[in-house]
Design a protein around this ligand. Sequence first.
Ligand SMILES: [Zn+2]
Length: 412
Amino acid sequence: MKYLVLIGDGMADYPLAELGDRTPLDAASTPAMDEAARKGLVGQFCPIPEDLPPGSDIGNLSLFGYDPHQTFTGRAPLEAASMGIALDPDQIAFRCNLVTLRDGVMESFTSGHITSEEAATIIPSLNAAVDGLPIRFHAGVSYRHLAILTGEALIADLARASCTPPHNITGQPYAPHLPQGPGAEWLAEIADRCRPALAAHPANAARAAAGKPAATAIWLWGQGCAPRMETYPKRFGLSGSVISAVDLVRGIGVCAGLRVIRVPGATGYLDTNYAGKVAAALDSLEDADFVFVHVEAPDETAHEGRIDLKIQAIEDFDGKVVAPCLDYTLARRDARLLVAPDHITAIATKTHAGGPVPFVMCGAGVMPGAATRYSEEQARHMKAYLGEGHRLTPAFLRLETITPEALAAYAG
Ligand SMILES: [Zn+2]
């Protein structure tokens, strides 16, 4: 069997007055997802457990079939996996932003989108500044870097430290949001040692001269130890690939034992290389069983609060990604397709939300239900409902015959 899982990040939403009380997904023209709905099964699932924050990390872990309660340790270890950094059992990874702090305020959580080239010269100077401490910085992309700390007693503390994502406090005083709890004094010492190195760095002098924000500090957050995840080959007996522009999603793929396919021109926005992603996905199924294709644009456009762009992102996803994958699925007797979002990204609040979202699946062994379209509204009236959203993909991969009852009863 060939399995295709297609994710429209943040595609689900609430009804909007501007759209005549329809959601963007409902208002968008989505002939491919609607055809999948008529030929297959529509239902609801909850990718975000009620007690966890509605992020893409949690939502995509669920969509890969992993219980976030069991597997989520933090964002940084997933990003480390995506960068090819394997964590030892006595190591903990932190996301390390290069940030601009000025007059007690978090002025920029990106240091004005500092370039990767500039950062690549800065990170070694930070490693020199913390020489003797059990920490090592690894350069990533733009302002997004990693810090790995080593030591059993230390990581036990640091895993419980409370750290604030810097993008949540833009323009606000940062002092109340500095790390708190066990190990906080460690994190403060590391940050203090880095400040003079940053102040003296020529890349920052050049940025200041050009009127751009300088990287005045590091900001550590999103920490976690290596997640324990049983790989797809072991757990499902399946080989497969993941295609995404987002590090976090690629990192989950690496931890799941999947191959990461990098597609040129995959940007994570409306201008992404949809055709290249689909070609790579279908090509990968020549010699593998499973492919996970993640499209970021619906989420990004919803964060911008743009109804028109979110609808365009959904229509592009439908026409350029779902349609060719649906054709592939329906042309074979041994293929299944699953389409879903990882969470709601609400236009009204420009942010993520938990709660049930709609899925549609079709193909071999999927018994057609009563849906005529793929939308939040139709999904609400269907029988298939999975409160524990992480069961959806394992059921999709393992059940021989898929009915709403079989899905709801699937506990493996
Ligand atoms: Zn997301």
